[in-house]
Design a protein around this ligand. Structure first.
Ligand SMILES: [Ca+2]
Ligand SMILES: [Ca+2]
Length: 414
C-alpha cells in the first residue's frame, strides 16, 4: 500500500479511516539481559559491565535533539539490540525484512519474511525480541501478521555463530497464533521481561470502540499482555505465577488485560518496571505501569475517562499519564532512558505520537508512584515515529516510519 494510504488509515479519525489504531512505539527485548548482571553469560554484557560507557562522553543537562543514524528502510516498525556484544541494532520493516545495522549505520538484510507477512494497514512484521542468551543459543522471536492476516508469534534461530551468522530461514517454530477480526489494533510488541519470560502485546482486534467485544472478554488472547516461558514446554510453558491460571475463563497466558492497542511496551533496564503505551480511541492517549493481573479498563474507560456510559473508573488500573487529542492522537511508547550520553536524563521515560506528520518527543518523570511531564521535549523530530529502541549501551533510537530512517537521540539542541 502507499505511504499515503497507510498514513490515512493510521492518522485520520474514525470517520475518515474507520478506526485508527496506532503504529507507534518501541520495543524492548533486552530487559532480561539488562538487569541480570549476575547471570549474564554472554561475553557481550560482561564487556558492558566493565567497559560500560566506553567511548561515550557524558554530557550534562537535559536538552536533547535527534540526528539521522541510518537511512534506506522501508516502513521501519521496530528497533532493538541482541545483547550479544556485536554493537548491532536490528530493525524490522513492516513488509517483513529484518535488518542488521552496524555501529556506523550500515544495514544488511538479516532475515527475509516478506513471502509470509501481510504488509497492509497496521499489519506486518511488527517486532523482534532476542532471547536473553541469544549470544549463546541464537534464539529470537518475531511478532507478525501472516497471509491470513492473523497474528503469529514465532521463533527463529541462528545455527552458526549468533554474533556473525545469519538466521536459518527454515528454523521457524510457531509459538502461538491469534485470529484477527480486522486489520487494525494488532498490538505488536514482544519483549523479554527481567524475569526471563516473553511478554506479548495484543490489541482488541480492531474496528473502533471495541467493535468485536474483546476488551473485557477473558477467553481470548486479544486486548491482553501475555506472558510465556520459552525455555520449557513445547513450544512454551505457562509461568506458574501467571495471575489468571484457573481464574474464570481466562487463558493462562494472560498477564494483564483490558487494553485497547498496546502497540508498544518496554521494561526499564534498571528497575525492571514495565511501561505500557495504550493507543486511545477518540479523546485520550495513555501510559500505564505494568501490574500483574491488572485490568486496564478498555472499553469501559479511555484513559481515566468513561468511554462506556455509567462506568466506574476506580474499578480499573488507572494510567499514570495521559494526554488529550489536542497533543497527539496515537501514542508511540518508548523507553526509560538509561544510556551513557545523557546522565541527567536517567530515569526519564520517552514517548512520541505517531499520528502527526511531524511526531513530537515527549518525556515523563516518574518517582515510582506519580508521573509528571519530564524535562526534555521536542515539538517535532522531523519524522513520523512508530517506535523507539535501545542499543546495548541504552542509547535511544527512533524509527521514522514514513521517512524510512532511524534517528538517534543525542544531547544538546535548541
Ligand atoms: Ca486486528
Ligand atoms: Ca486504560
Amino acid at each position: 500500500m502507499s505511504r499515503f494510504a497507510f498514513l490515512c488509515l493510521l492518522v485520520l479519525p474514525l470517520t475518515a479511516c474507520n478506526a485508527r489504531g496506532g503504529l507507534g512505539g518501541s520495543d524492548d527485548d533486552d530487559s532480561s539481559d539488562d538487569d541480570d548482571a549476575a547471570d549474564d553469560d554472554d561475553a557481550a554484557n560482561d564487556d558492558d559491565a566493565t567497559g560500560d560507557c566506553g567511548g561515550i562522553d557524558p554530557v550534562s543537562g537535559t536538552s536533547v535533539s535527534v540526528q539521522t543514524f541510518a537511512t534506506g528502510f522501508s516502513s521501519p516498525t521496530d528497533i532493538t539490540h541482541a545483547g550479544d556484544g556485536s554493537g548491532r541494532i536490528f530493525v524490522t520493516e513492516q513488509g517483513g525484512r529484518l535488518m542488521a545495522v552496524d555501529e556506523s549505520g550500515s544495514s544488511t538484510l538479516w532475515l527475509d519474511l516478506r513471502s509470509q507477512v501481510t504488509n497492509y494497514f497496521e499489519l506486518g512484521l511488527l517486532s523482534v525480541a532476542f532471547h536473553p542468551d541469544f549470544a549463546d543459543n541464537g534464539r529470537f522471536f518475531v511478532h507478525y501478521n501472516n497471509g491470513a492476516e492473523n497474528t503469529v508469534i514465532s521463533e527463529f534461530r541462528v545455527t552458526g555463530d549468533p554474533a556473525s551468522d545469519a538466521p536459518d530461514p527454515s528454523s521457524e517454530t510457531i509459538l502461538l497464533t491469534a485470529d484477527q477480526p480486522a486489520g487494525n489494533h494488532n498490538g505488536g510488541q514482544i519483549a523479554f521481561g527481567p524475569d526471563g519470560y516473553l511478554y506479548i502485546g495484543l490489541g482488541d482486534g480492531g474496528g473502533g470502540g471495541d467493535t468485536y467485544g474483546n476488551g473485557q472478554r477473558q477467553d481470548t488472547f486479544l486486548a491482553k499482555i501475555l506472558r510465556i516461558n520459552v525455555d520449557s514446554g513445547s513450544p512454551y510453558s505457562i509461568p506458574s505465577d501467571n495471575p489468571f491460571i484457573d481464574v474464570g475463563n481466562h487463558r493462562p497466558e494472560t498477564w494483564a488485560w483490558g487494553l485497547r492497542n498496546p502497540w508498544r511496551f518496554s521494561f526499564d533496564r534498571e528497575t525492571g518496571e514495565m511501561w505500557i503505551a495504550d493507543v486511545g480511541q477518540n479523546n485520550w492517549e495513555e501510559v500505564d505501569i505494568g501490574v500483574a493481573g491488572a485490568n486496564y479498563g478498555w472499553p469501559e474507560v479511555e484513559a481515566s475517562t468513561c468511554f462506556a456510559s455509567n462506568c466506574d473508573p476506580s474499578s480499573f488500573e488507572a494510567p499514570v499519564y495521559e494526554y488529550s487529542h489536542g497533543t497527539g492522537i496515537s501514542i508511540t511508547g518508548g523507553y526509560v532512558y538509561r544510556g551513557c550520553a545523557m546522565p541527567d536524563l536517567h530515569g526519564v521515560y520517552f514517548l512520541s505520537d505517531y499520528n502527526y506528520f511531524d511526531s513530537p518527543l515527549i518525556s515523563i518523570s516518574w518517582d515510582g508512584s506519580t508521573a509528571s511531564t519530564g524535562p526534555a521535549s521536542m515539538s517535532g523530530v522531523g519524522g513520523v515515529i512508530a517506535s523507539f529502541g535501545e542499543d546495548e549501551q541504552g542509547e535511544l533510537y527512533l524509527a521514522d516510519h514514513g521517512g524510512g530512517r532511524i534517528l538517534k537521540m543525542v544531547p544538546g539542541g535548541s
